[in-house]
Design a protein around this ligand. Structure first.
Ligand code: BTN
Length: 319
């Protein structure tokens, strides 16, 4: 956000819903600069009313993701204490990874729009501006082996499931998609950098569909929190809730290992106990082992442990 838009937002927030004139908002600038700043804030999700001779007033910030709508709800020590918002970038994962050496542990970069958002298995991740949460968290655990670090993908899935515990029918589809009623609400892409045998850092990228009500026809299995809960959600406080839960789950993982997260993944699994299809054939999903592998029993009784990849319910490729 430009410094002028930041100043106008600060003035409007301080006014608590009352009107402020252009001269009160930016005493050293002209009306055109105030107008431009207001337009920028509207594009960022602020609802601002303008009236001749009265000025501007803020009527709704529920779509705005900004330190002023996130930080008051953060209870973390690390995650989100460095917080950057971008109107647009190619990919927040790419942003974090490019700056991983200089950014602090727990840094979060959020973007309203990604032009080249990336998903698991080389797929892309697309979302309209104004209605989703797309962000990446940089996590720098101390002395964690790379093999343990690989479990972060399920730890993050468990953390976000806890954060969204108010959503009916919420489930975790192995390894870490969050689903509600067969529709995918949230995807996670974790990317790790190692230093010898240890984790140097992990970038945890999260895409959560929040307030979308319609999806393109080629995404029949996409859903949103709004569709699953029947109401829209303020993005700033919701993001803080996700970050609070991520930090809690990551700290438990660092201190005590992945057991708590894997237990939740088992409890919330959409696949366990069902026939699934996966690479190399299908079978009955019979368990999730302590290394986060999905155990699949084929029709001859052989058990295979899937370390990564895709698995789907029955013969349905999406659910
Ligand atoms: C998946 O389900 O395939 C994972 C999707 C992960 C998307 C998020 S959006 C924020 C972050 N930046 C990216 O480029 N990807 C992740």
């Amino acid at each position: 956000m430009t410094p002028l838009a930041e100043s106008v937002l600060a003035g409007l927030l301080q006014a608590g819903g009352e009107y402020r004139s252009a001269a009160e908002l930016l005493p050293l600038e002209g009306r055109a600069q105030v107008w431009n700043a207001v337009q920028e804030l509207r594009a960022a999700g602020c609802h601002i009313e303008g009236r001749t001779r009265r000025g501007y007033r803020l009527t709704d910030t529920s779509a705005l993701v900004h330190p002023s709508t996130v930080e008051p709800f953060l209870t973390t020590r690390r995650v989100g204490r460095f917080f950057e918002t971008l109107a647009q970038t190619d990919s927040t994962n790419r942003e974090i990874k490019a700056r991983a050496d200089s950014l602090p542990d727990g840094a979060v970069i959020w973007a309203d729009r990604q032009t080249a958002g990336r998903g698991r298995q080389g797929r892309s991740w697309n979302s309209d501006a104004g209605s989703a949460l797309q962000f990446s968290v940089l996590w720098k655990p101390l002395h964690m082996s790379a093999s343990t670090g690989a479990l972060v993908t399920q730890v993050a899935g468990a953390a976000l499931a806890r954060a969204l515990d108010f959503c009916p029918l919420l489930g975790i589809k192995w390894p870490n998609d969050l689903m509600a009623g067969g529709k995918k609400l949230c995807g996670i892409l974790a990317e790790m950098m190692t230093d010898g045998e240890e984790v140097a850092w992990i970038c945890i990228g999260v895409g959560l569909n929040v307030n979308q009500l319609v999806f393109p026809a080629d995404l029949p299995h996409a859903g949103s929190l709004a569709l699953a809960t029947g109401r829209s959600w303020a993005r700033g406080p919701l993001l803080a809730r996700l970050l609070n839960n991520l930090e809690r789950e990551l700290e438990v993982f660092e201190a005590r290992g992945p057991k708590a997260a894997l237990d939740l993944c088992r409890e919330k699994s959409t696949l366990l106990g069902h026939q699934i299809t996966c690479e190399g054939g299908g079978g009955l999903a019979v368990g999730l082992d302590d290394a986060g592998r999905l155990l699949v029993r084929d029709c001859e009784g052989n058990i295979r442990a899937l370390l990564s990849g895709e698995a789907h319910l029955g013969s349905d490729r999406g659910a």
